[in-house]
Design a binder for this molecule. Structure first.
Ligand code: IPE
Ligand code: IPE
Ligand code: MG
Length: 251
């Protein structure tokens, strides 16, 4: 009998040949709102307002591009050092952003999460965050993680304290603390490390963002100020990322 000509099935052709090059997790240091406003002779808060539109645009563009996690650095632990009026305007803007965007997030399958010392935030903000997290909890397309009153060093210290407390109580053997255990003790325990870090406004620094998680992340810095960073700029960053060769120390 002739051999049956049933060759193994060809692997399915991916719909998007570059799909594998889409970063699973994008993290963004949204910087340059103040400079954007200054260039126009406007108060800083106008820059923040325009920047919140960029945040909305980038959330949508990431969801559309197939990014699964997007972490936005919205307020750092160090940003409390700004004038009280700017801090309070930023908090109000955050609350408004979440209130206005929640229906759209639900519609687009965006699930909201937050990291950082949320207890530092005003009660009205915390309430809105809780409402939006609850309302978007079933989102399957994109997990949007807002870093709020977030500092990478604080986060590491908090994790060390938790582990030390467990060790002192005999609940964990110090010899068992490895990278996975440590990662699982951070605020970001439920998320993969970022594949791509974007920083706008040209500053070449991390500003205390995700210090542990960014160890092998690809970094993309653009001189564009955050209010000018929209869908087209995000696509440019994704194209740049797709050209990178990630080696993780191997050859
Ligand atoms: C980023 O823009 C927004 C936050 C840090 C909250 P900035 O306010 O830092 O803008 P620049 O750096 O002063 O231009
Ligand atoms: C980093 O921007 C924090 C956020 C984007 C929320 P900053 O403007 O606070 O950082 P530095 O002060 O320039 O390092
Ligand atoms: Mg700044």
């Amino acid at each position: 009998m002739p051999p049956t000509l049933t060759a193994p099935l060809a692997p399915p052709v991916p719909a998007d040949p570059d799909a594998s090059k889409v970063p699973r997790h994008v993290a963004v240091i949204m910087d340059g709102n103040g400079r954007w406003a200054r260039e126009r002779g406007l108060p800083r808060i106008k820059g923040h307002e325009e920047g919140s539109k960029s945040a909305g645009a980038v959330v949508q563009a990431c969801a559309d591009a197939g990014v699964q996690y997007l972490t936005l650095y919205a307020f750092s632990a160090e940003n409390w050092r700004r004038p009280a009026a700017e801090v309070s305007a930023l908090m109000k803007l955050l609350e408004r952003f979440l209130r206005e965007k929640t229906p759209e997030m639900i519609k687009n399958g965006v699930r909201l999460r937050a990291i950082g010392h949320l207890a530092d935030l005003p009660a009205a903000c915390r309430k809105q965050i809780a409402l939006s997290m609850e309302a978007t909890g079933n989102g399957q397309a994109l997990t949007l993680i807002l870093a709020l009153s977030y500092g990478g060093r604080n986060e590491i210290i908090d994790a060390v304290r938790r582990l030390a407390t467990q060790a002192a109580a005999g609940e964990i053997n110090p010899a068992e603390i490895d990278e996975a255990v440590f990662s699982g003790t951070l605020d970001t325990a439920d998320y993969p490390d970022p594949d791509l870090l974007i920083r706008t406004s040209g500053e070449m620094r991390l500003s205390n963002f995700l210090l542990w998680q960014l160890s092998y992340t690809e970094i993309y810095v653009t001189r564009k100020l955050w209010p000018d960073f929209r869908e087209a700029e995000l696509h440019e960053a994704l194209r740049d990322y797709a050209q990178r060769s990630r080696r993780f120390g191997a050859i």
